[in-house]
Design a protein. Structure first.
Length: 414
C-alpha cells in the first residue's frame, strides 16, 4: 500500500484501515483515472475524495446538491485540518469574492459547490483559470432521469468535461442500477473509468411487508412497541404526514412531522429535534432524507407503497447506520397500487409513463411475491443473493401473502 496514502488515512482521518473499496478508489484518483463508485449509504464515500484532496497538487471540487449539509461537511473537513470552503446561494457577495481570492492563491484545497452554478458559463470559465485536480460528483444519480431523484440542475455538469478535458472526474452514488450507472458515465463523459460497485447488502436490516388495513392504528401499535427508539415513518402525502403525526402525538408518542410544505424554520427545527433524540419518531414525506446522518435510527416504516424500489431501498437504508439490527417495514395494500396507477395514467410523456409503470410493477412484485425480500431487493441492483437471508418475513415464515393479481393485471394491461 502506498505509504503516503495510508499515513494520511491515519494521521488526518484517524482511521486504522480503509473501508471496502475506498483504497482502490483513492488509488485510481491519484493515478489520474476517472471513477464511478456505487457504495451504499454509510459506505464512506466522502473519504474517497477528501483524502485525495490533501495529496493532489490542485483543488478538489465537490459537487453536492445538499446546500444545507455543505456547511457541516466543510466544518468537519476544516476540523481535521483540510482547508475547505463552499460556494452556494447562501453566501453573500463579499464572502464569495474572498473565496475566489483564496482559491487563486491556492489557499483552498477542497471546495464544495452546488450543481446549479455549472449552468453559468462565466462560472466555469472562472474555474478553468484555477488549478483543479479533481471533480467529485456526489449523489451522482441525480444526473439520471432513470434514477429516483433526478435533478435538472445536475445536467449542467455535462459541461465539466468540455471545459476540463484532462481533469479527473469521480462520480459517487449510493444507489445505482446498471442503467443509471451507464447514464452517469455517459453524461459526465467519464473516460475509461474505474468502476466499482460495493455490495448493497445491509445484513443488519430486516425487511417485512405487512398487510395494511387501518393505517393509523397500525402505525400507532408499531411505534408504541418501539417507544424510546428512533424511527422514521414515510407517508406519501403531506396531509397524511400531518394527520399521522398528530394522531401519534395524541396517543402519547413523541412524533413530529416533516414535509416540504412546512415553513423552513419548523421543518429544520423538527429535523434537528429528531437528530438530537428529542423526538422518537419523525413522520415525513420523501422530502426527508437524502444526507441525513443520524446513526441510531432503529426502524423505517413506509405507511404507503413507494413508487419504486430504488427509492424504497434508499429510504430504508437510513436505518441501522451504526450497524445495529434495525427494521424496515412496509405497509402494503392493493389500494395503494391502484392509487399510484391512477397518477401514472395521467402522466403525459409516454416514456415517463412507461418508466413509472415499470417501477410500480417491480415494487408490486417485491411486496407480493413469496421470495426472500433481500434477494429481491439486491436483484434489483443486479446483485445475486442466494436467498434464505433469515432476516426477512419470507425467510422467517412470517409473511402474509397479499394477493395483487387483480391490480397487476390492471396495471400491466393499462
Ligand atoms: P457515505 O457518504 O458513503 O454515506 P460517509 O462518507 O458519510 O458515507 O461515511 C460514513 C461514516 O463512515 C462516517 O462516520 C465516516 O467517518 C466513517 N468512515 C469513513 N471511512 C472510514 C474508515 N476507513 N474507517 C472507519 N470509519 C470510516
Ligand atoms: Mg455522503
Amino acid at each position: 500500500m502506498n505509504n503516503r496514502v495510508f499515513n494520511t488515512l491515519q494521521s488526518v482521518f484517524g482511521f486504522s484501515s480503509f473501508k471496502k473499496n475506498q483504497e482502490a478508489i483513492v488509488s485510481s484518483i491519484l493515478d489520474g483515472r476517472d471513477v464511478f463508485a456505487a457504495m451504499p449509504t454509510g459506505g464512506g464515500k466522502s473519504l474517497c475524495y477528501q483524502l485525495p484532496s490533501i495529496l493532489l497538487p490542485g483543488i478538489t471540487v465537490v459537487v453536492s446538491p445538499l446546500i444545507a449539509l455543505m456547511k457541516d461537511q466543510v466544518d468537519s473537513a476544516v476540523q481535521i485540518g483540510i482547508s475547505a470552503a463552499y460556494i452556494n446561494s447562501s453566501l453573500d457577495k463579499d464572502k464569495t469574492i474572498q473565496i475566489y481570492r483564496d482559491l487563486q492563491k491556492n489557499k483552498i484545497k477542497l471546495l464544495y459547490i452546488s450543481p446549479e452554478r455549472f449552468a453559468l458559463t462565466t462560472f466555469i470559465q472562472t474555474l478553468s483559470q484555477l488549478n483543479i485536480s479533481l471533480f467529485a460528483i456526489d449523489e451522482a444519480h441525480c444526473l439520471s432521469d432513470w434514477g429516483h431523484d433526478f435533478r435538472p440542475d445536475y445536467l449542467s455538469l455535462t459541461n465539466i468535461r468540455k471545459f476540463f478535458p484532462n481533469t479527473v472526474i469521480a462520480a459517487f452514488t449510493a444507489t445505482a442500477t446498471k442503467q443509471v450507472q451507464s447514464d452517469i458515465i455517459y453524461k459526465l463523459d467519464l473516460i475509461r473509468p474505474f468502476i466499482t460497485r460495493a455490495s448493497f447488502d445491509r445484513p443488519e436490516l430486516s425487511y417485512r411487508v405487512v398487510r395494511k388495513s387501518k393505517t393509523k392504528d397500525q402505525l400507532l401499535k408499531l411505534t408504541k412497541d418501539r417507544v424510546g427508539k428512533a424511527g422514521i415513518i414515510y407517508r406519501t402525502s403531506r396531509n397524511d404526514v400531518e394527520k399521522t403525526a398528530a394522531f401519534l402525538v395524541a396517543n402519547g408518542i413523541k412524533a413530529l412531522p416533516y414535509h416540504a410544505g412546512l415553513e423552513e424554520r419548523v421543518r429544520t427545527g423538527n429535523q434537528e429535534k429528531f437528530n438530537c433524540d428529542e423526538t422518537d419518531v419523525i413522520v415525513a414525506t420523501i422530502a426527508f432524507g437524502m444526507g441525513i446522518d443520524k446513526s441510531n435510527i432503529k426502524y423505517v416504516i413506509h405507511g404507503d407503497l413507494p413508487k419504486n424500489i430504488e427509492g424504497y431501498y434508499q429510504e430504508t437504508g437510513r436505518a441501522g447506520r451504526d450497524g445495529s439490527d434495525s427494521e424496515c417495514i412496509l405497509l402494503f395494500s392493493r389500494g395503494d397500487s391502484v392509487k399510484i396507477n391512477y397518477f401514472i395514467n395521467k402522466i403525459e410523456d409516454i416514456h415517463e409513463q412507461e418508466k413509472s409503470r415499470h417501477n410500480l410493477n417491480k415494487i408490486l412484485r417485491y411486496a407480493s411475491r413469496n421470495v426472500c425480500r433481500r434477494k429481491q431487493l439486491l436483484s434489483y441492483f443486479e446483485e445475486e443473493h442466494p436467498g434464505n437471508c433469515n432476516n426477512c418475513d419470507v425467510c422467517n415464515n412470517e409473511n402474509e401473502l397479499i394477493d395483487i393479481t387483480v391490480d397487476s393485471q390492471m396495471i400491466l394491461s393499462a
